[in-house]
Design a protein around this ligand. Structure first.
Ligand code: GDP
Ligand code: MN
Length: 389
């Protein structure tokens, strides 16, 4: 689960990390009122669950309440990478001399949390990693000992900070690590961690991603989930208990089991296609859940063909077949389906599907090749239709 910047900053504040005061506004008038109350230059910032807001024009400096109102007017309603801006954060502006980066991520290979920092803050850390990887400094945190002072001092000196700043940096890094560990996060990032005119450090942005599997321990955070700002398909899938991740390709995949889902995506790619999603209906899915999963897949405008790859065990092939037939009756579609059912009640499943107009396959490779081919033909058809119109 992704948090908004203002929510992430609340967490940082609760760990005594310096964050300029700020409040959320949903109208230009509210933004103006906040700026008036602060009586200072403010920054008006789009609150959307994506980064790169600055570049997209979603972060604006406002010297007067009238400017804050005008900035909010422009930013509210803006579309940033497919995210509609419904809220802005109005926060006191900091005068800054340098932008640093500080983040905690999970290093799966190292089986530890890694603290990362860079003097090249303000820009995407992915970009720094690609262009100047030598400007990123890392330490692995021992889960039993936590982040130790000597480690943060080392990072601080690598950043070129002076003694006082290194002490501040240590407090901030320790707070960030504790925030990460105690909220079961998979990412906590401050970018920029700015150096102010007075030489002090201040967190001007916050990106927090919580591990969904740990959310049951953080009911109060889960309750603050911004349903409006989430991807509607992903939200629906979560509510149904389906694991769904939208991807950029054209082949919708409906699979049971995460391992089979990944293998299916690999085979689709090997066969020259690109998956449109990762979707695991889980074990023992009944017809209604299969139908719901297909509705989510078919709602994706990029989907040109659907591959159903089911290994029947706890999940019975006839239930899956019934779900497919139900979904197709409810929403007739021109999108071709390739279905591979293997395992428990396979024959019954095939029997049910024989009434529907579907392509079937026996092996995974055959299924993948057929679906890639079907997607290509659909794309050509769509192109021809566009050309004729
Ligand atoms: P992002 O683009 O979505 O990462 O949004 P940020 O919150 O990081 O803001 C983008 C950029 O705006 C930062 O890298 C800073 O350069 C600038 N910025 C944000 N807040 C302030 C501020 O209080 N003072 C100054 N001078 N610049 C700021
Ligand atoms: Mn940022």
């Amino acid at each position: 689960m992704n948090l908004h910047e203002y929510q992430g900053k609340e967490i940082l504040r609760s760990y005594q990390i310096p964050v300029p005061r700020g409040e959320v506004a949903t109208t230009p008038g509210e933004a103006r009122a906040i700026a008036e109350r602060y009586g200072a230059t403010v920054v008006v910032k789009a609150q959307v669950l994506t980064g790169g807001r600055g570049k997209a024009g979603g972060v604006k400096l406002a010297r007067t309440p009238a400017e804050a109102e005008a900035a909010a007017e422009r930013i509210l309603g803006m579309d940033i990478k497919g995210h509609l801006v419904r809220k802005v954060l109005v926060t006191e502006a900091a005068e800054i001399t340098q932008e640093l980066y500080l983040g905690a991520v999970i290093d799966r290979a190292g089986r530890a949390v890694t603290m990362m920092t860079s003097p090249a803050g303000g820009i995407d850390i992915e970009e720094v990693a690609a262009k100047t990887p030598e400007r990123i400094y890392r330490v692995a945190v021992n889960p039993f000992l936590g982040l130790l002072d000597y480690q943060t001092r080392e990072l601080g000196f690598e950043l070129g900070l002076d003694g006082r700043q290194v002490r501040e940096f240590t407090r901030i890094a320790q707070g960030l690590y504790r925030a990460f560990a105690e909220s079961d996060a998979s990412l906590v990032e401050i970018n920029p961690l700015a150096i102010g005119r007075d030489g002090g450090l201040v967190a001007l942005d916050a990106k927090v991603v919580l591990d969904d599997n740990g959310l049951f321990r953080h009911v109060q955070l889960d309750a603050r989930r911004d349903l409006e700002a989430e991807n509607p398909a992903e939200r629906q899938a979560r509510e149904l208990g389906l694991s769904y991740v939208k991807l950029d390709g054209t082949i919708g995949c409906l699979v049971n089991g995460a391992g089979l889902a990944m293998a299916t995506m690999d085979v689709v790619k090997l066969s020259g296609g690109e998956p449109a999603n990762f979707l695991d209906i889980g074990g023992g899915a009944r017809a209604d859940r299969v139908a719901a999963a297909l509705r989510i897949i078919l709602a994706d405008q990029n989907v040109r063909a659907v591959l159903v790859n089911i290994f029947g065990g706890i999940t019975r092939c006839d239930e899956v077949a019934r779900g497919i037939v139900t979904a197709l009756q409810e929403m007739p579609t021109g999108v071709p389906f390739v279905v591979r059912l293997v395992g428990v009640n396979e024959a019954e499943g095939r029997e049910i599907l024989s009434q529907a107009n579907l392509i079937t396959a026996t092996t995974m490779r055959e299924a993948a090749e057929k679906v890639v081919d079907a997607a290509r033909r659909q794309a050509t058809l769509a192109g021809a239709r566009r050309g004729a119109a």
